[in-house]
Design a protein around this ligand. Structure first.
Ligand SMILES: [Zn+2]
Length: 491
């Protein structure tokens, strides 16, 4: 800044770094001329605490604090790479650019997307963060700037030239989908997501589950510094345990999914395309794998390591919500992860699309198929014994809660509620018959689980306003990771 200049001075475009009490959003604000909408001043605010979240993810993945070994600079390198990407993103806003949440599915073609750190697994199963973030602005950003700021030679048909520019870009596979297309939980496009990676959301979910599994296997004392309270292992565990949270949301959008473009009459773009049934089923299978008890179980060796939190290390928004205080709750992470996944499969807009698309073409998946698949993967699956059986029962209850909530959801369409109510009654019938069978006799926990569920369903059917099943705990806060903003007052 020139000597004596003020950051609020209209003549200067400013990037300001601020310290905050907690992690929050960064902003790329602009001062505009109210008469013309012209941007007069760019004002970016970057929060310092955000780096902490990125650093935590790197610590969780790399387990970098091996006794007697120098601490790797990779965590800081990743956090700085993210800050560079962030600064470009915010400056993009001050130049008038909106988010493009489809860019991650096209070679990270825009800094105006929300990128997660891209993590690869090397041959020995260790995570590699070397390509965590893209560098430089993306192909779509170049199209956007040229579209918005290009001057044309006199006599040029500017409108035609601008149209050609965009159609060329679409012809090269670039796409533009923004907040309205990606943020709502009921979004239908399989190509617009926050914090996702990769051209295909399903393949990427399967890949991320591998990365998560490999890093969890290595997770332990080396994930925190010498002298740090062992209870803070949970702080580092949370972003890793929930590493799949954004990609599972992305993959679930293919279920009852419909891709679309903002096609203009005569521009040759395909306005709508219902996601192919086979691809929807692949997505459903991938999403349901995130509910497997052994995927959500934590190693006993780790559980033994985490004591109650010491004074001044209170449990907060970045920790699991537990039932076992003061002890760390070995079941709470599974409950949070199951609720996170199932909320997307029980989303009322998605459910209504499934009903409609199936009615229009019986080859398209229907809501019945989804609910049957969820119950088959939960209540009707073998539960086994011990810790993973207890996790399975928790996931059952989350599915039951969400099924009840959908059938009682006044924002859901009647047919959606009708089908959910039918599946609930089917489940009650199945539990009653199974209850009568051998299974429940040998296993008292299972018998308690079944009879409690039966009484809750009967009570709910009498008065749907009374869901007595405990509402599943929400996972610890996720976004923002590593930076980003809440531009233009999007929720
Ligand atoms: Zn933004």
């Amino acid at each position: 800044m020139p000597q004596g200049a003020d950051v609020m001075d209209l003549r200067y475009n400013v990037i300001q770094w601020v310290h905050r009490a907690t992690r929050g959003w960064s902003y790329g604000a602009a001062v505009t001329d109210p008469r013309t909408g012209e941007i007069i001043k760019g004002h970016v605010t970057l929060g310092s605490l955000r780096v902490r979240q990125d650093f935590l993810i790197a610590e969780a993945l790399l387990a970098p604090y091996e006794k007697g070994k120098p601490v790797s600079p990779k965590m800081q390198e990743m956090a700085l790479a993210r800050l560079r990407q962030l600064a470009a993103h915010e400056v993009g806003h001050t130049l008038g650019l909106m988010h493009n949440y489809s860019a991650s599915t096209v070679n990270r073609s825009s800094v105006m997307d929300y990128p997660p750190p891209y993590v690869k697994l090397v041959a020995d199963g260790t995570p590699d963060l070397s390509a965590a973030y893209a560098t430089g602005i993306g192909e779509w950003d170049k199209v956007s700037i040229v579209f918005g700021y290009q001057d044309f030679a006199p006599g040029t048909n500017e409108q035609a030239a601008l149209n050609t520019m965009l159609l060329d870009a679409y012809g090269r596979g670039l796409r533009y989908l923004t907040d309205q297309d990606a943020r709502p939980a009921g979004s239908s496009s399989s190509l617009a997501h926050l914090w996702d990676s990769g051209a295909n959301a399903v393949d990427e979910l399967n890949r991320i589950m591998q990365v998560r599994g490999a890093a969890l296997k290595r997770f332990g004392e080396n994930n925190i510094r010498e002298g740090a309270p062992l209870a803070t292992l949970e702080d580092v565990l949370v972003p890793l345990y929930m590493l799949h949270r954004y990609q599972v949301e992305a993959a679930s959008k293919l279920v009852g999914g419909m891709d679309y473009t903002f096609a203009l009459r005569g521009d040759g773009q395909t306005p709508t395309h219902i996601v192919a049934p086979a691809e929807q089923r692949r997505a459903l299978a991938a999403v349901l794998t995130t509910l497997k008890p052994d995927v959500l179980a934590l190693p006993e060796s780790l559980l033994k390591l985490i004591p109650p939190r010491p004074p001044d290390y209170e449990r907060g928004r970045e920790h699991f919500k537990i039932h076992t205080s003061p002890a760390f709750d070995a079941l709470a992470p599974a409950e949070a992860a199951a609720q996170h996944t199932l909320q997307f499969l029980f989303n009322p807009e998605r459910a209504a699309r499934l009903v409609e698309f199936h009615a229009r073409n019986a080859e398209n998946l229907g809501l019945e198929e989804i609910l049957d698949a969820v119950l088959a993967a939960t209540w009707k699956s073998a539960h086994g014994k011990g810790y993973t059986a207890e996790i399975a029962r928790i996931i059952d209850r989350v599915a039951l809660y969400d099924l009840m909530a959908l059938s009682a959801n006044e924002h859901a369409s009647d047919q959606v509620r009708a089908i959910a109510a039918l599946k609930l009654e089917d489940l009650r019938g199945w539990i009653t018959t199974t209850e009568g069978s051998v299974i429940s006799f040998v296993d008292e926990e299972q018998r308690a689980h079944f009879s409690f569920a039966t009484s809750q369903i009967v009570q709910f059917q009498k008065d749907p306003k009374q869901i007595s099943v405990t509402a599943p705990a929400e996972p610890p806060d996720g976004p923002p990771i590593g930076a980003d903003d809440d531009w233009d007052g999007w929720d």
